[in-house]
Design a protein around this ligand. Structure first.
Ligand code: ZN
Length: 485
């Protein structure tokens, strides 16, 4: 990626029919760490996230609860917004440059209608009679061989309904050649093997997809322009958030700065390849908007070898993590122990172990040992080189969207300082060779300062506590309390 450009980064928008889960928490914390890192290296960054709030599932749930749909989505949008909180959430920095977009926002709805109009004018939208087996829970039509023997959806286990209706379709088939070219560019997808997966998907031949429903079946959504019987189904509504958040169809302002002239990065889960790198890219081309520069796909988080699900009772919520470990420790646990591209496995037992090993006995212990000695024996300030850089390995890790590897580098430095203390025993040496001991303490303090700086994108509050403590030459309060049994 170019070095000077403004940058744009977005998560996918979670659908607001349930509380935030750990997989989304990983995605948004990774986006935040990259945002903070880029800002520290001189980029202006627009950080987008938000909530996807339309669809029949949401309407049904609101109706069941006897709430208005808007009240229902307001509640969930707030549950996701609270993730930004500095202490009760994950300390997300989109308010310092970015946006929380909601698809029920009026300007967003107008943008969804505008991208539709442009595709229609281009000849990429047509109406077709359609018949199929429909699952209300999934809001999807299924082919018979995708259902079980009772024609039930395999996700909901409920019978599908035979439905015939006339819907609008997007001519994805018009973009076969374009998408093959787009995906042939190295770097449009990370990791590289997911790009191969996308290429293979496109090579199999592209099918047009339906982009509306009859209003009788879906009445909580963006109206199709100039057709009062039809409502947009998912794609033109949900995906358009990535540009409506920048003020599109207004061509200037943030849209020009961050999308048109900036470097555009989207983060998404591994099941999103065909939506983000295929369908959305065709829609952008159809509407005459620049393609996404890069989509980065992460894996899924399982628990104890199983998919997390409500029925198995093994769902871990980010708010539970924050309650048990605190904001910065939760960021650390997610960014260090969730693999950036492959699936990962997380259980409460492992989380406790990781917290104790990495933070209580690792970082926290080092900070308190070094700062206690410094406070006792060093007077005055250590000369700190404010211009010091992050280091090649660390920069390279984050350039490759791999916070895990960047954190491994920090923890190697922590280990090196621990070893320096063990080998040189400055707390003993101070009695026999004061000058030599003070020199070691100064080196330790400088090393710790460097660690504090490297931690800034990952654990912002902890990083600042360390940097403040060093400048004040004072041991900070215990950063990571031991867990209660
Ligand atoms: Zn279903």
């Amino acid at each position: 990626m170019s070095e000077k450009n403004p940058r744009y980064i977005t998560t996918t928008l979670p659908y607001v029919n349930s509380d935030p889960h750990i997989g989304f928490a990983y995605e948004i914390v990774a986006a935040d760490a990259l945002t903070r890192y880029w800002r520290l290296t001189g980029h202006e960054v627009f950080f987008n996230t938000g909530t996807d709030e339309h669809g029949q599932k949401i309407a049904q749930k609101a109706d069941e609860k006897g709430e208005s749909r808007q009240t229902y989505v307001d509640y969930y949008a707030n549950e996701f917004k609270k993730l930004a909180d500095k202490e009760a959430g994950l300390n997300l920095s989109y308010s310092e440059g970015g946006n929380f977009i909601r698809t029920t926002n009026e300007a967003h709805k107008a943008a969804a209608q505008e991208i539709w109009r442009r595709s229609l004018a281009k000849g990429d939208i047509y109406k077709k009679k359609y018949s199929g087996l429909y699952c209300v829970g999934c809001e999807l039509f299924y082919k018979e061989d995708e259902l079980d023997e009772n024609k039930c959806c395999t996700i909901h286990g409920k019978p599908t309904e035979e439905v015939e209706e006339e819907n609008y379709f997007f001519k994805l088939s018009n973009y076969q050649t374009y998408l093959e070219e787009y995906l042939s560019q190295e770097g449009v997808i990370e990791p590289e093997w997911r790009r191969q997966e996308a290429i293979n998907f496109v090579k199999q031949g592209l099918e047009d997809f339906s982009i509306s429903r009859e209003k009788a079946r879906l009445d909580w959504g963006v109206p199709v322009p100039d057709d009062e019987d039809q409502v947009m189904y998912v794609w033109f509504d949900a995906l358009t958030n990535y540009i409506s958040t920048l003020g599109w169809p207004e061509e200037g302002g943030n849209f020009k700065k961050f999308w048109q002239d900036g470097e555009v990065v989207q983060l998404a889960g591994k099941d999103q390849v065909r939506f983000q790198s295929v369908m959305w890219q065709a829609m952008l081309k159809s509407a005459g908007v620049k393609a996404t520069d890069k989509v980065v796909y992460h894996g899924f988080i399982n628990s104890g070898g199983q998919k997390m699900s409500k029925s198995l009772g093994n769902v871990i919520s980010p708010y539970e993590l924050i309650t048990r470990y605190g904001t910065d420790a939760t960021r650390y646990l997610l960014l260090r122990h969730v693999h950036p591209f492959d699936d990962s496995d997380v259980t409460w037992e492992k989380l406790d172990e990781w917290y104790t090993a990495g933070l209580v006995n690792g970082l926290g212990n080092l900070v308190s040992r070094v700062m206690k000695m410094a406070e006792t024996h060093l007077d005055g300030q250590v000369q700190i080189n404010e211009q010091a850089v992050f280091g090649v390995g660390y920069n390279e890790s984050l350039r490759l969207f791999n916070p895990q590897s960047a954190i491994d580098i920090i923890w190697k430095e922590i280990q090196a300082l621990d070893e320096m203390i063990t080998e040189t025993e400055p707390f003993k040496l101070i009695k026999t060779d004061r000058d030599a001991a003070l020199k070691i303490l100064t080196n330790l303090k400088e090393g710790l300062y460097h660690i504090g700086r490297l931690l800034r994108p990952i654990m912002p509050t902890t990083a600042s506590a360390i940097l403040v403590a060093i400048k004040a030459n004072k041991k900070p309060d215990n950063l990571f309390p031991r867990l209660e049994k």
